[in-house]
Structures are given as structure tokens and as C-alpha cells.
Design a protein around this ligand. Structure first.
Ligand SMILES: [Fe+2]
Ligand SMILES: [Fe+2]
Length: 297
């Protein structure tokens, strides 16, 4: 059985006696700079790739750019709606992390893909590659989080945390990271990309820990009500993902398969597997009654 180090870390963070303090201290101890990573070997490997593989790798980074760019901007409503200082502090650290991740992706575009023109050029390139599946997912996430702009109550906050930290980062992001890591190894020598990925994933594990700690606290404080809100978002997401997979055009699915080295149905199965792990981490089935959510095995 494969041991997923990130998985172990998420669980350890969730089980800390003082998780909010531990998550902040983790941030203090793990600063890094994308400017310290050497991408020269990666640039040579990239130049040597055949055209379809190169296009696939650029698509992976277009997805990555959108992911980092969108989640960075979406933290502003969270910060304004933070229910207490502990959450506000953690969200502030996450704002810094997500902007560092954008800078890290921009370095890959400039130093590995030789794209000049900074964020404007990268955004134009990535936007041109935005597929309907990714666009629909970002639209849905945006809707749940931006509800915080109109109502900053704790129930809206919990729904936004479930959509952002447990689903977008905790399930889609985790699944994506696993396939991307395997793809880097498969296609060539990319030590810089792997190092940048390792450092960003370490941050992402902590971000997931923030969402898990908050959801656990809500389940402990107001079980049935919190459970109903979590179910609403999770079930909505599962139905939404099923329909996206069913309705996606064949060429979009082919692009995904080539870029990630796995069929889209496998990607979706891994997303649901990760989601099940996150629900277990928040103690979902131990909050008074068994969950009514039946995620497919
Ligand atoms: Fe990130
Ligand atoms: Fe993140």
C-alpha cells in the first residue's frame, strides 16, 4: 500500500490538541522562496520534449495558474468574514502562501517555458487554454465563497470552507497533485518543477488543515446543523462533478488524459477518494449519527 506523506500530515495537523496554534507555527517554520529554485535542468528537459507532451505540460500549468490565481483572490471574502482572530490569522498566512504560489508558477512560465511578459502574458495564455470543466468548477466555487460578501454569518462561512478548503484544495487539489507528481516522473528530468511542487504541496496540506480544524470545531459545537450544511455542499458537488464528466466534450477529456496521464474517470474517482478522506478527518461520521452521504467507493 502506498504511504501518502501528505495524508499523514493532514491527519496529524487535524489531531493537534491546539490545531489553530499549530497551524500558525507550521507557517512560521516553513517559509520558502520560488526564486531559490534552479530550473535550468527543467528548461533543457522541456525543450527536448515532443510537441504533444510539451502541450500537455503547459496545460497542467495553465490549470495550476488558474487554481492559484483564483484561490488567492477568493481569500479576501474569507478574511472579512473570519469569525475570530485565530481564523483571521490563519487566513492571512494563507493569503501570503497563495500569492507566493502564483509567483512560483510565473517562474515556471518564464524560466522553463520561456514565456516573456510576466503575469499579463501568462494570464492571456492560460485563459486561452481554459476548458469548460475547469471554468464550471471555478464558477461554482466562486458562487459559494462570494456569498460571504452578502452574509458573513458562520453558516455561510462553513459552507465556503467546505467548498474551498475541503473540496477545491482538499479533494480536487490533492488528486491533481498526485497525478502531476507521477506525470513529472514519467516525462523526464524536472528537479525544479518537483521541488516547487513539493514546497507548494507542503503549504496546501496546511491549508487543508485550516479547513479541517474549522469544520471539526463546528461539528463539535453544533453537530446536526453543521452536518446538514456540510452535506448540502458535498452532495451538490458530487452531483455537479458527475454531470460535468458526463457532459464534457470528447476533445476536452482527451486533453485531460494526455496532460495528466490518466483517464478523466480515474481523476474523478481520485477526487472522490480524497473527499472521503477529508470527511473522515473532520470526524463526519462520528458527529452523532452516521453520515447520509454515500460517496461511491
Ligand atoms: Fe496554492
Ligand atoms: Fe492553498
Amino acid at each position: 500500500m502506498r504511504v501518502d506523506r501528505g495524508e499523514v500530515q493532514i491527519q496529524e495537523l487535524a489531531e493537534e490538541p491546539r490545531p489553530f496554534r499549530a497551524l500558525y507555527e507550521h507557517w512560521e517554520r516553513h517559509q520558502w522562496s520560488p526564486f531559490a529554485i534552479d530550473f535550468s535542468t527543467d528548461a533543457a528537459s522541456f525543450a527536448a520534449l515532443d510537441e504533444p507532451t510539451r502541450e500537455g505540460l503547459v496545460l497542467v500549468f495553465a490549470h495550476r495558474f488558474h487554481a492559484e490565481f483564483n484561490v488567492a483572490a477568493l481569500l479576501a471574502p474569507f478574511l472579512l468574514a473570519a469569525p475570530d482572530y485565530e481564523m483571521q490569522l490563519l487566513l492571512a498566512t494563507q493569503v501570503a502562501d497563495e500569492h507566493r504560489h502564483i509567483e512560483s508558477v510565473l517562474r515556471v512560465y518564464s524560466d522553463v517555458f520561456a514565456v516573456e511578459g510576466g503575469i499579463a502574458a501568462v494570464k492571456a495564455l492560460a485563459d486561452a487554454q481554459l476548458d469548460p470543466v475547469a471554468a464550471a468548477l471555478y464558477g461554482a466555487l466562486d458562487g459559494v465563497v462570494r456569498a460571504l460578501e452578502a452574509s458573513r454569518d458562520e453558516d455561510s462561512f462553513l459552507k465556503a470552507i467546505v467548498a474551498y478548503h475541503l473540496i477545491a484544495e482538499g479533494s480536487i487539489g490533492r488528486a491533481n497533485q498526485n497525478f502531476v507528481a507521477a506525470q513529472f516522473e514519467r516525462i523526464g528530468l524536472f528537479p525544479g518543477l518537483r521541488e516547487a511542487q513539493r514546497l507548494a504541496v507542503r503549504d496546501e496540506v496546511r491549508h487543508i488543515g485550516i479547513g479541517i480544524s474549522y469544520a471539526r470545531r463546528r461539528l463539535t459545537r453544533d453537530g446536526a446543523r453543521a452536518r446538514a450544511l456540510i452535506e448540502e455542499i458535498v452532495e451538490g458537488f458530487q452531483a455537479f462533478g458527475d454531470s460535468l464528466l458526463e457532459d464534457a466534450a470528447a476533445d476536452v477529456l482527451d486533453d485531460f488524459a494526455r496532460a495528466y496521464g490518466a483517464e478523466p474517470a480515474m481523476l474523478w474517482a481520485e477526487v472522490l477518494h480524497q473527499l472521503r478522506l477529508r470527511l473522515r478527518s473532520i470526524g463526519f461520521s462520528h458527529a452523532g449519527r452516521e453520515s447520509s452521504i454515500t460517496l461511491r467507493p
